[in-house]
Design a protein around this ligand. Structure first.
Ligand code: HEM
Length: 222
């Protein structure tokens, strides 16, 4: 398929916003890992973030714009690719792609649903009133208590584990794809970027599922 100039531009924006989102997911995992250190560590980390005041809102705005552009262009490119696919009765030789590549739109939309649920669970704090207890006087909650109790019932644990599987699927193809879009990979380096991409997805998967699983198995407890 011939790529138009505007679809190349949109792919580049998807690659750049993809880097911003993967960067966030890595930093978020590092921050969340303080759950393994203890209640004081994660609560001090949350308090530090909240004390940044307006900077937090600037950061949130940048993330929201990156996320919205990534999703909008992802949907648009998928629809364009679909419209350009030859009739079903015409035999076409397909490029070798793979499950992750072919399901990017599905994994992306599932991740969007996951993030909405996650924000309602831990940021807007509306799904489980029993897990939000105040800490200090400035609207902060006890984040350690919230996360441990947030994974006490089965449904959230299943939602998070499933969400992380889709994160793995999405990142392990998307990371490699952004190297190609930005012209940073060729036939020779493609297997290397492919492996690095899967490795990044796998580390994120293991790191993120470690938190709910450690709570379920009693390694992290109140
Ligand atoms: C086990 C997995 C995860 C845990 C335990 C977790 C924990 C948390 C917590 C405690 C907060 C609220 C922080 C606060 O208000 O002080 C939060 C916010 C957030 N999380 Fe996660 N998270 C997980 C996975 C993810 C993933 C995979 C993504 C993205 C795909 C994500 C995206 C976000 C976003 C966008 C926010 C809002 C940040 C803000 O308030 O500006 N989280 N998370």
């Amino acid at each position: 398929m011939q790529l138009t100039q505007s679809s190349v531009g949109r792919k580049i924006i998807m690659a750049v916003t993809g880097i911003v989102l993967v960067g966030f997911v890595c930093v978020h995992l590092l921050g969340n890992s303080s759950m393994f250190v203890g209640a004081d560590a994660i609560n001090a980390y949350a308090q530090k973030l909240h004390s940044l005041g307006p900077f937090v809102w600037v950061f949130r705005l940048v993330m929201l714009v990156a996320f919205a552009l990534h999703i909008a262009f992802g949907i648009q490119l998928t629809l364009e690719n679909k419209a350009a696919t030859p009739e079903a009765n015409v035999q076409v030789k397909r490029l070798k792609t793979g499950f992750g590549a072919e399901t990017m739109i599905v994994s992306g939309l599932v991740l969007l649903a996951f993030v909405i649920y996650h924000l309602l669970h831990f940021t807007v704090r509306v799904t489980n009133p029993e897990i939000y207890v105040p800490l200090g006087g400035d609207g902060m909650v006890d984040v350690y208590f919230m996360v441990v109790n947030g994974f006490k019932s089965v449904l959230p644990v299943i939602i998070y584990l499933a969400g992380m599987l889709f994160l793995f699927l999405h990142v392990s193809h998307g990371f490699q794809s952004l190297f190609q879009t930005l012209g940073l990979s060729n036939d020779k380096s493609l297997p290397v970027t492919g492996t690095v991409s899967k490795l990044v997805g796998f580390v994120l998967l293991l790191g993120y599922i470690a938190i709910p699983l450690s709570i379920v198995f009693g390694y992290i407890k109140l």
